[in-house]
Ligand binder design. Structure first.
Ligand code: NDP
Length: 466
């Protein structure tokens, strides 16, 4: 079980990087502003020859939004952390400098690897030859390895450095309030459980369609694509939360055991022409903006055949879910932002004669921004009272204004890996999608096209009709 020691020093390797500025520091600011990181010392390191003032300026800038909405205590705490933060120029791939830095920091320390994946791997190799301060926690970013083999190797390296419960593999979706709400919805309500299985559920769709194109991220995205970027970890974890059996408790052992059990039973079955689809956007318009063909975007190598829209059918081979398709889809440059899980129930076994109109299946929709819950039911409509009509019970969910990075970082600081990905699960997520990646590389599944700003190919199972 977890040993919960509060981290005194957060060391960010890759202090000048995009992730640090755009997501990590603002997420951390939310924690500090609400008194959830008392006494924390922040240290930045990177290969840039920055002065301490340059780094402090970056931190102040990233804390500004949280500072505006914070109370006086929060503002003071943010100013204290930003005013005292240090910067060290360190090449993390060479023996010596990183260990020297660690030796000077007050422990326990959390080391956040906000580095390109291959540099993180080298830094871990360097740390293997050094003495790690007791209680050190390691925070690894996505992608965790580039396949199940490299994830396994990385896990083996990490295991030589610190115990598993001191390793935090980030998937910031696990810090999203609505994703966590799936657990409350499922396990704090009695009425769902009896129908939450293959006897009553026909299919589950998990869709993350973005109305943004590349937005200058070609360097990363063109090497990844929609399947690796979104489905490989984020959507598989949402699927797992929808599919798990009730854990005995919401702690890092029981919840992560339940997730691991479901993912171990999950696979995408061949032939992949039937179970997967992939497509790439062509020129179009997104709102007011003209979007070029994906292959004409700066930094894209067309010969990579990178997909910008992917859909896979995952099967979970266990008693609860046998035969129920879990359709996971994500894409860029679509006309409508659609982020939701839709649980479609089977039709009623018999509709009494006398009703008119079309009966539609019940659907439960969990919206991930805006955060909503919607239950679609058939009822007697107005006019001819036995003519069926659709009614939706809609609830806007409580959503925190904490960035998901804040929630997962809080686990790092307090020593609770509940909201981070366990080593075996990280490998399993790759194991599930790897055969598809290989089939796509061999071109056994056609790369389709869709207009930027459109709805995507109309004949895909997840396409919205009408
Ligand atoms: P960037 O390329 O923007 O930043 C990488 C950082 O690493 C820079 O500060 C760079 O410093 C530093 N660095 C590189 N080599 C060394 C070295 N040898 N020693 C010390 N520092 C070094 O990458 P991102 O911030 O975008 O990504 C970081 C990680 O986060 C990656 O694993 C990525 O996959 C992950 N991630 C990123 C997201 C994002 O939105 N950016 C989202 C989710 C995950 P310098 O510039 O001086 O070389």
């Amino acid at each position: 079980m977890t040993s919960k020691t509060t981290v005194k020093t957060l060391l960010i390797l890759g202090a000048s990087g995009d992730l640090t500025g755009r997501l990590l520091l603002p997420g951390l600011a939310g924690l500090i502003a609400t008194g959830r990181a008392p006494g924390l010392r922040l240290v930045g390191a990177g290969s840039d020859p920055w002065t301490p003032e340059q780094w402090q300026e970056r931190v102040h800038g990233a804390f500004a939004a949280a500072s505006k909405t914070a109370d006086a205590n929060g503002r003071n705490a943010l100013a204290a952390v930003a005013g005292s933060t240090e910067y060290h120029q360190v090449d993390v791939t060479t023996d010596g400098p990183l260990a020297d830095l660690l030796a000077r920091l007050e422990g326990p320390i959390a080391i956040y690897f906000a580095l390109p994946p291959h540099i993180s791997q080298k830094a871990c190799e360097v740390l293997r030859r050094e003495q790690m301060p007791a209680g050190t926690r390691l925070v690894m970013e996505k992608p965790f390895g580039s396949g199940s083999e490299s994830a396994r190797e990385l896990n083996q390296t990490l295991a030589t450095l610190v115990p598993e419960d001191h390793i935090h593999r980030m998937d910031h979706f696990l810090g999203k309030a609505t994703v966590l709400n799936i657990l409350g919805l499922r396990f704090a309500n009695r009425f769902l459980e009896p129908v939450w299985n293959r006897d009553h559920i026909e299919k589950v769709e998990i869709v993350f369609d973005e109305d943004l194109a590349l937005e200058g991220r070609a360097r990363y995205y063109d090497g990844a694509g929609a399947l690796r970027d979104m489905i490989q970890s984020h959507l598989l974890h949402i699927m797992a939360f929808i599919a798990i059996d009730a854990p005995a408790s919401i702690n890092e052992r029981d919840l992560r055991d339940a997730v691991a059990t479901v993912l171990r039973a999950s696979s995408i079955k061949a032939p992949y022409r039937d179970s997967t689809r992939r497509a790439r956007y062509t020129a179009g318009t997104l709102g007011e903006r003209t979007v070029p063909d994906y292959t004409a975007e700066e930094g894209v190598d067309p010969s990579r055949n990178t997909e910008t829209l992917a859909e896979v059918r995952v099967d979970i081979d266990n008693w609860r879910w046998e035969g129920v398709p879990f359709l996971l889809r994500s894409g860029k440059a679509l006309g409508r932002r659609r982020k939701e899980a839709v649980i479609t129930f089977r039709p009623v076994p018999h509709l009494p004669t006398g009703f008119s109109g079309v009966d539609s299946p019940n659907q439960l929709r969990i919206g991930f921004g805006p955060d909503t819950l919607q239950l679609d039911v058939d009822v007697n409509g107005p006019g001819d009272i036995f003519a069926l009509d659709r009614a939706s019970l809609v609830a806007e969910l409580y959503a925190t204004d904490m960035l998901p990075y804040g929630e997962v970082l809080e686990g790092v600081l307090t020593g609770d890996p509940l909201l981070s990905v366990r080593g075996d699960t990280a490998e399993d997520c790759w194991r599930i999608i790897e055969p598809v990646l290989r089939a796509w590389e061999r071109d056994t599944v056609p790369l389709e096209e869709y207009d930027a700003g459109g709805a995507g190919p109309a004949d895909w199972p997840t396409a919205v009709v009408g």
